[in-house]
Every structure is written in structure tokens, then in C-alpha cells.
Design a protein. Structure first.
Length: 513
């Protein structure tokens, strides 16, 4: 053995303290799911009066909580897990979030949701923050035992802790609410599920079907809800839901159906919609973009873009006062598309094709082109380009960003604030968009972003989808729920089509008159 190997062997041997050896062997037991071996190791360390740290206790608690599903081990790990936790406290080692989560799982496995919840509520005294997983044992225990009120109490506590429920938690609450006939809660959790997931799995679809087939479901709802109020709610919420409560009375008809390419349900022929973010989210989105832009742009320039009125002969009206464009155009992205960057190529004809196409599609309404000032200077030197630019200016269809600015802030803010389409192939994944970090950013892009291509010089616009793949509630009170499937073809996707029999009869009667 050479000198280096002898040195490494010596160091390795010197590191083999009883505590290090214990940690290594416990990790080995964890990998093999050998809880009995881990308990034996722990007992050995206690008998030798060797002090362990928080991490060592957590390793054993984690192994116990993960072994509780094994019937042959359940009694052992329940008893020993609580003993370990008590011993940990008795020697002055404070638990952390992982410790509390593990022992809460053991409490829930005993059917003691109250104990699991008390553990979470007491976590503050250890100066640690709970996570979603910390609450889950209590929540799922109460839901499993159909103790709806206590489950709602856990949810309230989670909300106050700033935690957002995910699919698993929402489904548990939806299920217990349906089984207990809590119609207002079923309605609430269906909407929370709608905002959290795109499609539901088969087991969730079954929960929803069972609810609508239930006697309690046939007793809920209003038959004469104010239609104006419903339409206002749908508009305010971005389409696809009104959130005002069940519409209709009597039995619900639940069928499985496909949706055609135009977004019509093949069962009831109702038109599904492309869902936008709601009014509050839109305003928060705009307000999150503006301060970031003001920090990174020349403040006076971006502020002027937000609020000032420009001369309508040479520039558009300030967005904050007249946000009435149907489309915002990322001029640089389109002008540089498939051009030779080494030569500084910029195709104004491509950009003009997009402008004219949007103008014609919108019933002769001009879009707003966002273009950097340095790009404009180069364009006006060419007579052909200058003529196009002058036309845009005359029609209030051009805004040039100042020197030193980043166009992205301007076209993004304009599109969000104006609530209109945004024509760009930009993936919006770079540092600017990472700064925004809003959970509804992807939903906004789906509804507002227009992609484009030029095939042999011919423009093709890829407009937003005609409908969104998301749970939808219509102004007539019907529901459409997309179910996850194996096919990539949307035309093959199965949806739950749910409508109130009485409402549909009234609709059909009105159509026949």
C-alpha cells in the first residue's frame, strides 16, 4: 500500500466514531427499509449513553413513519416512534419541521387527527415554519374519517400560514364534502381544483360524477339567477366560470363526451371558451411588471409610457388612459425572424404583413408595434421602409422605446394592461420573465400569445386555442371537466358533460320558440 492510500485509510479509520458509524448504519437500514435493525441500533446507542443529534432522531422517525403502512410493523413503529420523539424532547433537542411531520404521520396512522393537528399548531414554539406536508396527516385523517368540520379547520389554518392547497389536498376535501352533502363546499373545491389542475384523473372524475348523481346535488341551485349578474361574473373572472353558485334545480345529467376542434361539446353542443386570468390577477400581473421595469429602465421613460398622452399624429395615446388595442406586436422579434443576424438584417415587410393581417382580422383596427428607437433610425433612411413607418405613425400604431431600454418590458406591460393579444415567438423564459414569477403567467400566455411563421414568404398566425383544457362552468350552470387520457389527440379526449335537466329543458324550449 502506497503512502497516499495508507493516509486515506488512516483518515477513514479516524472518522469512524460511534456516532458516525451509527449514522452510516441507520442510512443503510433506511435504504433496506429495515426498521427493526434501525431500532436495535438506536437502543444500542442509548444504552451506551452516546448523545445523538437532531438529524439522527429524524432519520429514525422518518423510517418509522414510512413503515407504518406495513401491518406487521404498524404497532411496533407507532409505539417506538412516539418514544423516540419523547426522548428527543427530554434531552433538550428541539424538533424541526421534518420531526413534526414524521410524528404527525404516526399520530394520523393511529387515527388521532387531533393530535396530528395539535403538533402542527404547536410548531411555532420551535421557531420553524410548517409546510404543506406538515398539515397533510391531520387533513387526510379527518377527511378519511368524514370529519368535515375539522378538515375545514385544518384548511383554514393552512391558508393562514400562507400555504396553497394542491391537487391531493383539494380532492380529499372535495370528496369529504360530497359525501357529507356540503354542497357549498363542493362548489368551492371544484373551483379551487379548476384553478390548480388542467385535467383530472379517472378517480377524481368518479368523485365528481358521484356528487352530481347524488340526491343532495339534485336539491341545490337557483333556477332564476340574474343572467346579467352571471355574465358579469364570467367576464370579471376571465371566462369559463362565474363563481356565483349552482344554477338549476332537479336532477343532473352526467355524460361522457368529446369536444370538437371549435370547442363545442359533442354532447350538449355548448361552446367551451379560452379561459383568461381574472381581473384581480390581471391587475396584479401588470403591477408586478411595472415596478420591475422602473427599476431596470430609465424611470422617466417607462413612467411616460404608462401614463402620458402622446401626439396621436406621431404616436399612440398613453396606455393607462386609452388601453384599447386589440394586439401588441413585438417588432424586433418579427423583423429579425429568419434574417441574417451577421448582416444586421431586419425585414420590415414581414413586420408590415403582421400589422396588416391583424388590422384586417380586427375589423380595420390598428395594432400597436413596439420597436426600439435605434431600429427606427435605420428604417427611416430607406424610402420603402420610411413610407411604412410613416403609415404606422399616422395611425397611432407605433411606439418606439428609448435608447438603453429593453423592448420586452414595454410590449409585455402593454399587452397585460391592454388585455389584448401579443404577437411574438419569444418563449418568455429569460431573466426578465423569471423575475415576474407569477403562477398565472402560463395561463395568461395561452390566452394572449399569438405565434407566427412565414412559409415561403407567406404569413401564418397561430392564434390562441379556441378553448382551454380546464374545468369550465357556463352561464347556464353546466360543467365540463376534462379527463386525463393516453391519447395526444385532443379530439379523442373524454370530458364529463354535466348539466341540470330543468335548465336544459328551459334552454331547448326558448330555442324552439
Amino acid at each position: 500500500m502506497d503512502a497516499t492510500n495508507r493516509s486515506n485509510a488512516k483518515k477513514k479509520k479516524s472518522n469512524q466514531t460511534p456516532v458516525n458509524k451509527f449514522q452510516f448504519e441507520v442510512n443503510s437500514c433506511s435504504k433496506k427499509k429495515d426498521v427493526r435493525g434501525a431500532i436495535s441500533l438506536f437502543e444500542s446507542m442509548i444504552s451506551q449513553d452516546i448523545r445523538l443529534n437532531q438529524h439522527h432522531f429524524n432519520s429514525l422517525l422518518y423510517l418509522c413513519s414510512n413503515s407504518v403502512a406495513d401491518p406487521s410493523l404498524k404497532e411496533l413503529v407507532l409505539d417506538y416512534g412516539f418514544r423516540v420523539f419523547d426522548h428527543m424532547s427530554s434531552i433538550g433537542i428541539s424538533p424541526n419541521e421534518a420531526s413534526i411531520t414524521a410524528i404527525a404521520r404516526l399520530a394520523a396512522a393511529k387515527g388521532d387527527g387531533d393530535h396530528a393537528f395539535e403538533l402542527v399548531k404547536s410548531i411555532g414554539k420551535y421557531k420553524v415554519e410548517p409546510r404543506l406536508r406538515t398539515y397533510d396527516p391531520a387533513l387526510f385523517c379527518f377527511c378519511e374519517h368524514l370529519d368535515a368540520e375539522k378538515a375545514y379547520e385544518v384548511e383554514k389554518h393552512m391558508s393562514e400560514a400562507g400555504l396553497r392547497l394542491e391537487e391531493e389536498e383539494l380532492v380529499a376535501l372535495l370528496k369529504v364534502s360530497a359525501e357529507k352533502g356540503r354542497q357549498e363546499r363542493v362548489y368551492e373545491y371544484l373551483h379551487k381544483l379548476r384553478s390548480s389542475v388542467r385535467v383530472v384523473c379517472e378517480s377524481i372524475a368518479k368523485v365528481i360524477e358521484d356528487w352530481f348523481h347524488s340526491t343532495k346535488a339534485s336539491e341545490v341551485g337557483e333556477l332564476n339567477m340574474d343572467t346579467g349578474r352571471v355574465k358579469e361574473g364570467i367576464l370579471r373572472n376571465g371566462g369559463g366560470w362565474h363563481g356565483l353558485g349552482w344554477i338549476g334545480q332537479g336532477n343532473w345529467v352526467v355524460r361522457r363526451a368529446n369536444v370538437d376542434l371549435d370547442g363545442h361539446c359533442c354532447c350538449c353542443r355548448e361552446q367551451l371558451v379560452c379561459v383568461d386570468i381574472d381581473d384581480d390577477e390581471t391587475e396584479r400581473f401588470a403591477q408586478s411588471v411595472a415596478p420591475l421595469a422602473l427599476e431596470r429602465e430609465v424611470k422617466a421613460n417607462f413612467s411616460e409610457f404608462q401614463v402620458c398622452e402622446f401626439d396621436p399624429v406621431i404616436a399612440p395615446i398613453g396606455l393607462a388612459k386609452h388601453a384599447d388595442y386589440d394586439a401588441i406586436v413585438d417588432g424586433a422579434n418579427i423583423g429579425l425572424y429568419q434574417q441574417n443576424f451577421a448582416d444586421g438584417g431586419f425585414s420590415i415587410s414581414q413586420l408590415d404583413d403582421v400589422v396588416k393581417e391583424l388590422y384586417n382580422r380586427s375589423g380595420k383596427k390598428w395594432p400597436l408595434v413596439i420597436l426600439h428607437n435605434r431600429r427606427l433610425r435605420g428604417l427611416v433612411e430607406n424610402p420603402y421602409s420610411r413610407k411604412i413607418v410613416q403609415e404606422w405613425m399616422y395611425n397611432g400604431s407605433l411606439y418606439t422605446t428609448p435608447n438603453g431600454s429593453n423592448d420586452d418590458w414595454y410590449w409585455l406591460y402593454a399587452a397585460v394592461k391592454s388585455r389584448c393579444l401579443l404577437v411574438t415567438n419569444d418563449d418568455m423564459r429569460d431573466h426578465i420573465f423569471q423575475l415576474i414569477g407569477n403562477s398565472f403567467f402560463n395561463q395568461w400566455k395561452e390566452r394572449h400569445q399569438v405565434h407566427y411563421t412565414f412559409i415561403k414568404g407567406i404569413l401564418q398566425l397561430q392564434m390562441p386555442p379556441t378553448y382551454s383544457l380546464v374545468i369550465q362552468e357556463s352561464e347556464k350552470g353546466s360543467w365540463h371537466v376534462p379527463i386525463a387520457g393516453n391519447s395526444n389527440e385532443e379530439s379523442s379526449r373524454i370530458w364529463l358533460c354535466v348539466h341540470c335537466q330543468v335548465v336544459m329543458m328551459l334552454v331547448l324550449t326558448c330555442q324552439m320558440m
